[in-house]
Design a protein around this ligand. Structure first.
Ligand code: SF4
Length: 354
């Protein structure tokens, strides 16, 4: 048997506005049961959910759970394993949803579906090198038809934890009106934020209505590395906000290890003691395995005392056959044209061809 608390009792509202059991499953495998046309009970009793449970009970990984499978395969903790730990602390079940695409950041590994800033950039400067998103991908909004809102509220009524991703949640006014309605002192709120926006007084009041608040900061580098990956954001501001909010809320940092921060990982780990590193898997073009061999070897040497990074780097090195440095350089040069400073791909290429 493959036990996953999310398969047993999780509820997610996907960006496509379908139900699923978990927000980290592959979107293509979601239920296709629309949240505006399907009641929560119908989803809970659906064949889709029964099949997932039966597949896991047989000890097989359901289609769509490849992310967890891969992390566990390379020896890193998966969402499934984290959920098992959380369940022991009696904080299940979880409801997970994306609020919408309003975002002030133009992150290199993100797309128009998740950021209005990227959608705007692509309208005026189409990206000929990206194959990992569709230029016409729609922005999304918190669903405001009454049936979807009611189903979302019903699901939250059964939950102990509510996890919200964006866009950037602190910029989404509709989201905060909604959170104000569902906040209660039996519910833990988990928000993934880019950290560039300090909460307003109104947002603080809403946060304080929840039993617990966990703020997960996405910080993928230090200084200029951070600001290249997360164009438009200020490293200094994000760090200041993180340090201030940490005084009153549980705050953690997640960093996505990828080709563009490979040689900055050590500095990032030194800057913050509590960073959780996860390998970038999508878009695969920007993953570490497409970086030059010498850069991976250098990062391995630099991070010898950080087990999590050694695991990610060694797994990336062994996945090397799929490596496509030329495509990564072409895409990086496109991004360089839309950033305030330059990522030096010449160094990659020169060293690569030696
Ligand atoms: S195995 Fe992982 S991806 Fe699949 S439902 Fe569980 S937590 Fe989600």
């Amino acid at each position: 048997m493959l036990y996953c608390p999310r398969i047993k009792n999780g509820i997610a509202f996907t960006p496509n506005r379908d139900y699923d059991v978990c927000g980290v499953r592959d979107l293509n495998s979601s239920s296709k049961l629309g949240i505006s046309s399907t009641s929560l009970n119908d989803f809970l009793n659906s064949d889709y959910r029964k099949n997932l449970i039966e597949t896991a009970d047989r000890g097989e990984w359901p289609k769509g759970c490849e992310g967890c499978f891969w992390l566990e395969h390379i020896g890193l903790p998966s969402s499934r394993q984290s959920e098992i730990e959380i369940e022991k602390a009696q904080s299940s079940p979880l409801v997970h949803f994306n609020s919408g695409s309003i975002c002030d950041s133009d992150c290199s590994m993100c797309g128009p579906r998740w950021s209005t800033t990227i959608a705007n950039r692509l309208k005026t400067h189409p990206d000929p090198t990206a194959t990992f998103y569709t230029l016409g991908d729609d922005s999304i909004e918190l669903p405001f038809d009454p049936a979807s809102i009611q189903n979302l509220k019903d699901a939250i009524g059964q939950a102990r934890r509510l996890k919200v991703l964006g866009g950037e949640p602190f910029l989404d006014k509709k989201l905060w009106n909604f959170l104000d309605q569902v906040a209660n002192n039996n519910l833990t709120l988990i928000i993934t934020t880019n950290g560039n926006t300090y909460p307003s007084q109104k947002q603080f009041k809403i946060l304080d209505k929840f039993e617990n608040v966990n703020l997960v900061f996405s910080i993928d580098g230090t200084g200029l590395t951070y600001e290249w990956i997360r164009q438009n954001l200020s490293y200094k501001t994000v760090v200041k906000n993180y340090l201030k909010l940490r005084e009153d809320y549980k705050c953690s940092i997640t960093a996505v290890a990828q080709a563009h921060n490979l040689l900055n990982l050590k500095e990032l780990a030194q800057a913050f003691k509590n960073v959780s590193f996860v390998p970038l898997t999508h878009p695969a073009l920007l993953s570490i395995r497409n970086a030059p061999d010498w850069a991976i070897e250098t990062a391995l040497e630099q991070t010898q005392d950080i087990l999590e990074l050694q695991t990610i780097l060694k797994a990336s090195r062994s996945a090397k056959p799929t490596h496509d440095l030329d495509a990564l350089v072409a895409h990086t040069e496109y991004l360089n044209g839309h950033r305030t400073h330059y990522f030096n791909t010449k160094e990659w290429m020169v060293q690569h061809r030696r």
